[in-house]
Design a protein around this ligand. Structure first.
Ligand SMILES: *[C@@H]1O[C@H](CO)[C@@H](O)[C@H](O)[C@H]1NC(C)=O
Ligand SMILES: *[C@@H]1O[C@H](CO)[C@@H](O)[C@H](O)[C@H]1NC(C)=O
Ligand SMILES: *[C@@H]1O[C@H](CO)[C@@H](O)[C@H](O)[C@H]1NC(C)=O
Ligand SMILES: *[C@@H]1O[C@H](CO)[C@@H](O)[C@H](O)[C@H]1NC(C)=O
Ligand SMILES: *[C@@H]1O[C@H](CO)[C@@H](O)[C@H](O)[C@H]1NC(C)=O
Ligand SMILES: *[C@@H]1O[C@H](CO)[C@@H](O)[C@H](O)[C@H]1NC(C)=O
Ligand SMILES: *[C@@H]1O[C@H](CO)[C@@H](O)[C@H](O)[C@H]1NC(C)=O
Length: 401
């Protein structure tokens, strides 16, 4: 008889649920699950969590833990998003209570010797958000409790210097250093020092303790959110109740939180971010641009027209126009700045310059921006700033896309 407690956390669930998530029971040395058409899984003692293979496509299985009793079977942990297991793969209990995942040719693929809890994150641990809503590959955003005690959010790939963090608790004072991130039973998420003293509260909202499942997650869009879900569907109300968000998202406005010179910002290159009424960041392409990957708005945009000719004798200035976008900026992409100018001057300067993709004008200052545009946002904090997007007027010489 052995009990298994799994690591590599993706989502936090509070203390009692995480104890429940341990897959205990009749698992004996050598117990195994096989990835096949049946969704094979082991259940937790109360049957609220399952551990096993989830089919992600033909012959591709994700080894995961999920909420078993709710309709969408939300995944709280997954192991092999970057390397889905083919049909016939096996996961097996090892002598030391760990697990080993083997491919159909019996080669070990992943191995977990460690035991961890789903409700806390210890010093030095980090968690990567997944790639997109439905894709469990490693994404761009990272949540880490650094060895200096600081709990930080980073957009990667970047050099991980603290100034690049887009959110941090700054719990780095000697004697009061962050040591552990806890998600407790009442739904609070906080950082404590080594002695258990709370240093920083991340979500303070009191949430219903009974009758609801809870989870907190760094989502694929780079925002940390907390959710609750009723344990039993309420048939009398007649409508399906899913996960609903509790407390404020962290950070509150991702569009304006990231300020790195390296990297694309909240959205991909050449796109811009707006905060929806639901406080979710949305990525969009400026006029004249299209999505690089039509299935993922976060992957950035490309110009949907042939770029301006830079050959001195044929500049095509007359074939380009500037489209206005109010309250919009790409603050990390400038290569030229001119003060005490008029908007007309700014327009002409950009049109005449084949390197100028966008001009930003505000308060008498004209900035020229180059491709790839980064950290784009359309936000009330940019009031008084107008973006002038350069686009080709006619399709005569444009590439077919
Ligand atoms: C353990 O084994 C018993 C007897 O085979 C079975 O009734 C029970 O459902 C098993 N429990 C689990 C958690 O699989
Ligand atoms: C396996 O799980 C998927 C959803 O995760 C579900 O659509 C499918 O019906 C399940 N298959 C079986 C055989 O239970
Ligand atoms: C998830 O996204 C990655 C990166 O674009 C891609 O390589 C991978 O094939 C995707 N996985 C699935 C299951 O679609
Ligand atoms: C969770 O933490 C909050 C904030 O410290 C505290 O008020 C509450 O009593 C804690 N709940 C439990 C069940 O420990
Ligand atoms: C933490 O506990 C240790 C040992 O009990 C004590 O020496 C130290 O002063 C405590 N630190 C704080 C910040 O309370
Ligand atoms: C279900 O509906 C009843 C009656 O409207 C209500 O009292 C109860 O709190 C609801 N339960 C949940 C879990 O929402
Ligand atoms: C630049 O334009 C001149 C005159 O039209 C032409 O002869 C030359 O080949 C062009 N150079 C390039 C690199 O296109």
């Amino acid at each position: 008889m052995a009990s298994v407690i799994l690591g590599i956390l993706l989502v936090l669930v509070p203390l009692p649920l995480s104890a429940e998530a341990q897959i205990r029971g009749n698992l004996t040395l050598g117990s195994l699950l096989t990835a096949n058409d049946q969704n094979s899984s082991w259940l937790s003692p109360l049957g609220e969590f399952a551990f096993g293979f989830r089919r992600m496509g033909t012959g591709a299985h994700l080894l995961a833990i999920w909420f078993e009793k709710i309709e969408d079977k939300t995944i709280v942990w997954s192991a092999n998003g970057d390397n889905l297991a083919p049909e016939g793969s096996k996961v097996q209990l090892t002598a030391n209570g760990g697990l080993v995942l083997t491919d159909p040719r019996e080669r070990a693929v992943v191995f977990w010797p460690e035991r961890q809890w789903l409700s806390q994150l210890d010093l030095g641990a980090n968690v990567k958000a997944r790639y997109s809503e439905m894709n469990y590959s490693t994404g761009r955003f990272l949540f880490a409790l650094q060895t200096d005690g600081n709990l930080v959010l980073y957009a990667t790939p970047t050099p991980l210097v603290v100034s690049d963090a887009y959110w941090a608790t700054n719990t780095i004072t000697a004697g009061r250093m962050g040591f552990r991130l806890i998600f407790n039973q009442s739904g609070q998420v906080y950082v404590t020092d080594r002695n258990g003293t709370i240093l920083n509260t991340i979500t303070a909202e009191l949430v219903p303790t009974s009758g609801y499942y809870q989870r907190a997650i760094l989502e694929y869009d780079g925002v940390f959110r907390q959710y609750i879900h009723p344990k039993t569907a309420n048939s009398s109300s007649g409508r399906l109740i899913g996960w609903s968000r509790v407390s404020a998202p962290v950070p509150q406005n991702l569009c304006t939180s990231i300020a790195q010179q390296i990297g694309s910002g909240a959205c991909g290159f050449n796109s811009y971010c707006t905060l929806g009424d639901d406080l979710r960041p949305r990525c969009q392409c400026p006029p004249g641009y299209t999505l690089l990957d039509s299935t993922n708005k976060m992957n950035g945009c490309i110009q949907a027209f042939a770029p301006q000719n830079c050959n001195g004798s044929r500049r095509e200035t007359d074939q380009f126009d500037l489209l206005e976008m109010p309250n919009t900026n790409w603050p990390e992409s400038d290569y030229e700045r001119s003060v005490a100018q008029t908007e007309d001057w700014c327009r002409e300067a950009c049109l005449a310059d084949c390197f100028c993709a966008v001009a930003i004008f505000g308060d008498g200052i004209c900035w020229k921006k180059k491709i790839p545009l980064s950290n784009g946002r359309k936000d009330s904090s940019e009031a008084g700033t107008k973006a002038l997007i350069k686009v080709r007027i006619h399709n005569r010489t444009s590439k077919s896309l």
